[in-house]
Design a binder for this molecule. Structure first.
Ligand SMILES: [Zn+2]
Length: 261
């Protein structure tokens, strides 16, 4: 989505009165990827999934301020609390530790990080190293989950390959962090009933998708919808997204977004 389209969507969303729902019975799970330093404007402007530290700080401030309300209480994805907000990060970027986690920990807000082991093993500067991943896993409120072993579209693999991706990523993360891994998110948002069955069989209890929606009563824990967060989302946009005002475009874009990351 380019700037012009985003601005148009913003105008519509700001004026959009979301349908009244019982917010005590639904959870909104936020999907973040990278949080970049403000000096890195080029990345921030070109990559929809790289939000600036300034905007992210606005989000954390807003969530921390409303943390005591039933509607916006921040809980870990696997928490049994039936409403509130969950904060998730995909892929295992280094800035999840160096920028995002610092702000979240300072405000005592829990969060989930879905890591692709192959990204860590790659040694690329933008991803967490093994040492950094261990440090992240030991922070209060942090829960590490898997994101496939090598970030493949699970729906295009054979049964044996899906099993290998899901099982090896879980085992690799468990060995490194010395914790039991029961959460994951589907790379590229790609999943189907077979992928879900295999995920359950290897021991995952919760899996986040990239489909836009609320995690409410009746939604399967291996099919948890999320709310996509983009680089141009200010604190005001987050508030609108939590209020359901962006649901119209999120649902429209969901299938496209699935193939992006
Ligand atoms: Zn991903």
């Amino acid at each position: 989505m380019n700037l012009l389209k985003y601005r148009a969507a913003q105008v519509v969303s700001a004026a959009n009165f979301a349908p009244k729902r019982d917010k005590r019975k639904l959870r909104r799970v936020l999907m973040y990827h990278s949080v970049v330093n403000d000096t890195d404007l080029a990345i921030q402007k070109s990559d929809i999934y790289s939000i600036s530290e300034t905007y992210f700080k606005c989000h954390v401030d807003y969530l921390a301020r409303n943390h005591n309300s039933t509607e916006h209480k921040v809980v870990s994805l696997e928490d049994s609390f039936s409403s509130g907000v969950s904060i998730t990060f995909d892929d295992g970027y280094k800035d999840t530790l160096t920028i995002a986690a610092q702000l979240l920990c300072k405000n005592n807000l829990p969060f989930n990080v879905f890591v692709t082991p192959a990204n860590v093993i790659s040694g690329q500067e933008k991803y967490l190293s093994e040492t950094e991943l261990v440090a992240l896993s030991q922070l209060p409120g942090a829960t590490i989950g898997a994101h496939g072993f090598s970030h493949q579209h699970l729906t295009s693999l054979t049964t044996a390959e899906i099993n290998e991706e899901l099982k090896s990523s879980k085992e690799w993360l468990e060995t490194l962090t010395q914790t039991t891994v029961t959460t994951m998110s589907y790379p590229h948002g790609a999943f189907n009933s077979q992928v879900q069955e295999i995920a359950a069989s290897v021991g995952y209890l919760y899996a986040a998708t990239s489909s836009w929606g609320c995690y409410q009563v009746g939604v399967k824990p291996l099919e948890i919808p999320r709310i996509d967060i983009w680089n141009l989302d200010s604190g005001a946009a987050l508030k609108q997204k939590l209020n359901g005002q962006w649901d119209w475009i999120g649902k429209l874009l969901s299938p496209v977004q699935e193939t992006d990351k």
